[in-house]
Design a binder for this molecule. Structure first.
Ligand SMILES: CC(C)(COP(=O)(O)OP(=O)(O)OC[C@H]1O[C@@H](n2cnc3c(N)ncnc32)[C@H](O)[C@@H]1OP(=O)(O)O)[C@@H](O)C(=O)NCCC(=O)NCCS
Length: 167
């Protein structure tokens, strides 16, 4: 298998658009804003997302610079990941540094685990020492993805697991 993690680019096209139509709009907190959009809206969203990745500091007082990645397996896109460059108090409660989703037709093949592993490497390159994942207690698949990547459960509250991973 050839795994490649690609950063979102304004030139991204139909293969990514189709993947984002397959992934639900908000599943267990993983937000896919492109679900249900037209291709033109998707292209506009790429431009906004690209500039959000290049931003520094808080935007509009609350948005955190975020980089979106695509995992390709043998040239086919199977999922997305979002890496927030730093945390706010709100993100420490809900959101964390990293969110991800694998397209439903490609789940349970180990790709979620690979995607997170490759994103941790990107976080390390950004000089982030450790990343926080906040995962709903009923999301066993995502908790397993984090534990497969040496995640340490810091605490479990009524709604979520708080899992830290050293980069
Ligand atoms: C979470 C998600 C990314 C996992 O992707 P995936 O490619 O299926 O994950 P993997 O194949 O690497 O599986 C990871 C582990 O979870 C287990 N798993 C997969 N689906 C499961 C399920 N429905 N229930 C319980 N365990 C499950 C796998 O068996 C594997 O365990 P193992 O390593 O002990 O064998 C995917 O289910 C998804 O996109 N979910 C919706 C979005 C989401 O929840 N994102 C995370 C928000 S915090």
């Amino acid at each position: 298998m050839d795994y490649e993690l690609k950063k979102l680019a304004v030139s991204d096209g139909m293969d990514i658009y189709e993947m984002l139509q397959e992934i639900p709009g908000n599943e267990a907190g993983a937000v896919n804003a492109v679900k249900g959009s037209t291709f033109d809206e998707f292209k506009q969203w790429l431009i906004r997302s690209d500039s959000l990745s290049k931003a520094k500091g808080l935007i509009d007082g609350w948005k955190v610079p975020t980089t979106v990645y695509w995992l390709y397996v043998d040239g086919y896109p199977v999922g997305f990941g979002k890496l927030r460059h730093f945390l706010t108090n709100q993100l420490r409660i809900e959101g964390g540094h990293i969110g991800y989703a694998i397209r439903p037709s490609q789940r349970n093949k180990g790709y979620g685990t690979v995607l997170l592993k490759m994103m941790i490497e990107e976080a390390r390159k950004m000089n982030i020492d450790r990343v926080l994942l906040t995962i709903r207690n009923n999301n066993a698949a995502s908790i397993n993805v984090a534990l497969n990547n040496n995640g340490k459960i810091e605490r479990v509250c009524e709604e979520r697991h708080y899992i830290w991973i050293d980069c």
